[in-house]
Design a protein around this ligand. Structure first.
Ligand SMILES: NC(=O)c1ccc[n+]([C@@H]2O[C@H](COP(=O)([O-])OP(=O)(O)OC[C@H]3O[C@@H](n4cnc5c(N)ncnc54)[C@H](OP(=O)(O)O)[C@@H]3O)[C@@H](O)[C@H]2O)c1
Length: 216
């Protein structure tokens, strides 16, 4: 499968590039600075230039699927959340539709279903996640939406729990396990249409993916 990973230079997206490449997929990693090209190549991907706040021309051309793992980060404020996390993502969704790229896996966040449960600091962020998940679900793309709890840099455990819907039970999960779930969803087309919360747990990732198959 030819996959474009957005947010390929760091965090969950970088691990997604590594895991997709290890599994034999042809991976493109979007970068906004040419100096990031070596990072993507070292992860096993081919760099492609694009900026969620700028030029996205041609970035999705020729791929079968997009994994959207980018974000403006928690220190940037509401304006960047709107420009990058919301508007940037919607532009990528539109580009996929225009280019006939059908498959899309979105890295969202726990409690995106109910933003007003979040405290004042993160409410705008959850509202942006909520809106973009709705736009993606209504886009006609074969979309899977992954809503993890707090992301850690711990080693992956290979085990997860799906369906913990409340912020107060937020939980956490290593980025490596989230990346493995994103890869598993890309490899299992029957997860299209699934929207789910994700934290660490006891279920092997392959079994969790099997349970996510639409209609299973
Ligand atoms: N942190 C948490 O606990 C948590 C919990 C649930 C969900 N999430 C979601 O998970 C996402 C990923 O988090 P992470 O910590 O794994 O990643 P991260 O380390 O925050 O990396 C963010 C990625 O987005 C890219 N990016 C930022 N602005 C961009 C732009 N304008 N155009 C293109 N790319 C851009 C960055 O590229 P550069 O290297 O160029 O900056 C980087 O590759 C978050 O954004 C959030 O939505 C996070």
């Amino acid at each position: 499968m030819r996959v474009l990973v957005i947010g390929s230079t760091r965090g969950t997206g970088k691990l997604t590039v590594e895991q997709l490449a290890s599994a034999g997929h042809e991976v493109r990693g979007m970068i906004r600075d040419p100096e990031q090209a070596d990072t993507v190549r070292a992860s096993g991907g081919e760099p492609v230039r694009g900026d969620l706040e700028g030029d996205l021309d041609g970035v999705v051309d020729g791929v079968d699927a997009v994994a959207f793992c980018a974000g403006s980060g928690s220190s940037t404020g509401p304006d960047a959340t709107l420009r990058v996390d919301l508007h940037g993502a919607v532009r990528v969704i539109d580009a996929c539709r225009d280019a006939g790229v059908g498959r899309f896996v979105m890295l969202s966040a726990i409690s995106a279903d109910d933003p007003m449960r979040g405290n004042e600091k993160i409410r705008h962020y959850l509202a942006a996640m909520h809106a973009r998940d709705r736009i993606l679900s209504d886009s006609g793309l074969d979309a899977t939406i992954v809503r993890p709890g707090g992301l850690t840099h711990d080693e992956g455990t290979g085990k997860v729990r799906i369906g913990v819907p409340r912020l107060e039970e937020r939980g956490s999960i290593p980025r490596a396990d989230v990346a493995a779930v994103i890869v598993g969803c890309l490899e299992e087309p029957a997860t299209a249409g699934a929207v789910f919360e994700l934290v660490s747990g006891d279920t092997p990732i392959a079994d969790a993916i099997a349970e996510l198959r639409t209609g299973a």
